[in-house]
Ligand binder design. Structure first.
Ligand SMILES: [Zn+2]
Length: 441
């Protein structure tokens, strides 16, 4: 055939090949899909461990018997996914599979399976079992990643993220004495799950030892459902600052002190609560601020409150934004004090730093979702997650799937099986994207 015929022949061949690829999604790692039926069945079975038969609430408190039973079930699933299972010093449950290039740092995926009292079976389990399903799919399809793969079920997420914080070296010695809702101290709980509380240093991961970490999690809010978007690309986990606010007035007789001669600390506090709400709404951005606790002293019906003590909490992805909102609120408090004859004092007592997700990983998640024909939107996480601690030593990527009604930490917590499967396919595809040689190496 002449050159012209050859060119035509070649273009026909390529067209057939391209069409074949479009219509045969089982070809090549980019078109791998997880086994959604298996995953949802496993989620249901895990949900039977620690379930209150009356309310349907999940009581899989960290370090409880139910926690240990759930971990033994998850260990079986890890083994079925052909992962080598171990428990580290802080009792993180780790499933590992070697990569084709042993010199590369690991790709890590995971979440937690402990719950709050009377919680649901999605917060934690969805991301945990999805991570195992990703490993299972790779194993049964004979796909070996270049990087080693680590699936991590972090210990004690709900009472202070002990497992992930030990990896980043943040757990303080005195923290181990804290008694958790299980009735055990963190120290005894770690030992109960097979860890070595005296040796937490050994759980630590150095910067550079993990190429990327992915966590799939349910949103626990209602934005994705409201916007009808199946995949959320998390921009980061918001930072938190908290203050004790003390308002000093003057305690006096509630019957004999005229209305224009009062220095009522509770009245000033009430105005402050309203100001916190209004001012925070008025400032452009997605910051949130809350007064969640208030106490009046001396606290009698016939005494004008001389002191009020309240809490103030502000959250945002940007720590400097938190400080700006605080400065505005402090200015408003001074004005309220001047108008009511009271003074405001602010004592900071808690800071949790914001953890941003990695921009290349966000884009990887977006391109994975687009391969799967799933719409995405970017959003911050208002709740804390293990990924936040991992961010201290590795780039993190976080995927959200919708929570029905935005409900979480409740027996009503629910994410639809289809959304779980979509999120897990995005997790798998993003992970493979990060494994490609052109990426971080
Ligand atoms: Zn969680």
């Amino acid at each position: 055939m002449n050159r012209r015929e050859f060119a035509r022949h070649l273009s026909l061949m390529l067209g057939t090949w391209a069409a074949g690829r479009r219509h045969a999604p089982t070809q090549g790692p980019a078109s791998l899909r997880v086994n959604g039926t298996r995953l949802n069945e496993q989620l249901t079975r895990l949900g039977n461990i620690g379930r209150n038969p009356v309310t349907g609430g999940i009581n899989r408190l960290a370090f409880s018997d139910a926690d240990r039973e759930a971990r033994s079930y998850v260990t079986q699933l890890m083994r079925a996914a052909r992962l080598d299972v171990s428990v580290d010093a802080v009792a993180n449950l780790i499933g590992r599979r070697g990569g084709s290039d042993p010199t590369l740092p690991a790709l890590m995926v995971g979440s937690h399976i402990d719950s709050v009292p009377e919680g649901g079976n999605c917060d934690g389990p969805v991301g945990s079992l999805a991570a195992i399903e990703v490993a299972h799919t790779l194993a049964e399809r004979g796909v070996t990643t270049r990087h080693p793969l680590e699936v991590v079920i972090f210990s004690n997420e709900e009472n202070g993220k002990t497992g992930s914080r030990a990896m980043s070296g943040e757990v303080e010695a005195q923290e181990l004495d804290i008694v958790t809702a299980s009735g055990k101290s963190i120290r005894d709980g770690i030992a109960f799950l097979g860890g070595e509380p005296g040796n937490l240093r050994r759980a630590r991961r150095e910067r550079g030892s993990v190429a990327a970490f992915f966590e799939l999690h349910v949103e626990q809010g209602g934005i994705l459902e409201r916007e009808q978007v199946p995949i959320g690309v998390v921009e980061g986990i918001v930072g938190i600052k908290r203050w004790d606010v003390t308002v000093e007035g003057f305690a006096n007789h509630a019957g004999t002190t005229p209305m224009d001669a009062r220095r009522d600390a509770l009245l000033a506090a009430a105005r402050f609560v309203d100001t916190v709400h209004r001012t925070t709404r008025d400032i452009a951005g997605r910051q949130v601020a809350t007064v969640g606790r208030i106490r009046a002293e001396p606290g009698a019906p016939n005494v004008i409150p001389g002191r009020a003590v309240l809490s103030l909490e502000i959250r945002d992805l940007d720590m400097t934004k938190i400080d700006q909102v605080f400065e505005r609120l402090r200015g408003e408090a001074d004005a309220i004090g001047a108008a009511t004859g009271t003074t405001f004092a602010f004592q900071p007592f808690y800071t949790s730093h914001a953890a941003l997700t990695d921009e290349p990983l966000r884009r990887g998640i977006e391109s994975a979702a687009s391969v799967l024909d799933l719409r995405t939107m970017r959003l911050p996480s208002g709740a804390g997650h293990d990924a936040q601690s991992v961010a201290r030593f590795a780039p993190i990527g976080m995927i959200f799937v919708p929570s029905v009604g935005g409900i979480s930490h409740s027996p009503q917590e629910f994410t639809r099986p289809d959304d779980v499967v979509n999120g897990t396919n995005v997790l798998l595809t993003s992970l493979l994207e990060s494994d490609r040689p052109t990426d971080r190496g």
